[in-house]
Ligand binder design. Structure first.
Ligand code: SF4
Length: 270
């Protein structure tokens, strides 16, 4: 998944006092007030059966993994790519660290408090049981989001009609794709996924993790124009960081930001 994707919007952000502004109805405050029995599941100690879904992590609530939605994020471990900037290297190898049944039970207790569940990774489409997992959370009434790098077009086609939103990574332009992913011909499946999203897909955002050493501004802008020409309406540039909380390595120029704002219906610089 995207190197900068996901962060846990922890209860520390919850206003502590009534005068902090209609805090009682704030969804994060309601979450923070949940009783102890609804605590998020912990990683399992015993090895899970081989057929268990490879749930590698869980963020109980986040406001950033699906813009505008309060979501739980389920991280699937397993990814065939090896992006040199990956922040989730522990999720590159398939391994079940959480029991999906416990995660499901936890999500049951969050009904009415969370808007959505986002499947992230790793690459969530690497999990063969993902369609069933999506059905599980749909049955609970959640909206479903997916973060994908666009590695598995056929698997995406299988689940697309059940998704409400997709965050799709664009790694680079054609020239730079394989240098980022460490895999040959890696742009081809990503473009096939993008075509599906553009023709039949749900609401989606394309995003790129950017550093000028990998893609200079001129190439980034040319890539952006190409994406807009294909029909992409929402685009985000996430500047590369050495870690999720680290400062931005190199900022995008204000001129480039202005051009991107002009190019897309919605542009976000993170
Ligand atoms: S596609 Fe895979 S290797 Fe690349 S950033 Fe995402 S999880 Fe990491």
């Amino acid at each position: 998944m995207n190197a900068n994707s996901s962060s846990n919007a922890a209860p520390e952000g919850v206003p502590r006092t009534a005068e902090a502004g209609q805090a009682a109805s704030h969804p994060l405050r309601r979450l923070a007030a949940r009783p102890a029995y609804a605590a998020p599941p912990q990683p399992v100690i015993q090895p899970l059966p081989r057929h268990a879904p490879a749930v590698g992590g869980l963020v109980p609530f986040s406001t950033v993994d699906w813009p505008g939605q309060l979501a739980a994020v389920v991280f699937i471990s397993g990814c065939p790519w090896r992006c040199h900037y990956c922040h989730n290297t522990e999720l590159q190898t398939r391994a079940a660290r959480y029991d999906w049944r416990e995660v499901r039970e936890f999500l049951e207790t969050r009904k009415g408090l969370l808007d959505a569940v986002v499947f992230s990774g790793g690459e969530p489409l690497s999990e063969p049981r993902l369609p069933a997992m999506i059905r599980d959370v749909k049955r609970m009434g959640y909206r479903v989001g997916l973060h994908t790098a666009g590695i598995y077009p056929l698997r995406l086609a299988d689940v697309l009609r059940h998704l409400d939103w997709v965050g799709m990574d664009i790694k680079a332009d054609a020239k730079g794709y394989d240098d980022i992913t460490g895999r040959r011909d890696s742009q081809r499946p990503a473009l096939a996924c993008l075509t599906q999203l553009l023709s039949t897909g749900p609401d989606f955002e394309c995003r790129i993790t950017w550093h000028p050493d990998w893609l200079d501004e001129a190439r980034l802008l040319a890539l952006a124009v190409e994406l807009a020409r294909r029909g992409v309406r929402r685009f985000a540039v996430q500047t590369a960081r050495s870690g999720p909380a680290a400062p931005v390595a190199r900022a995008l120029s204000t001129q480039a930001q202005a051009t991107l704002r002009y190019t897309f219906e919605e542009f976000t610089y993170r």
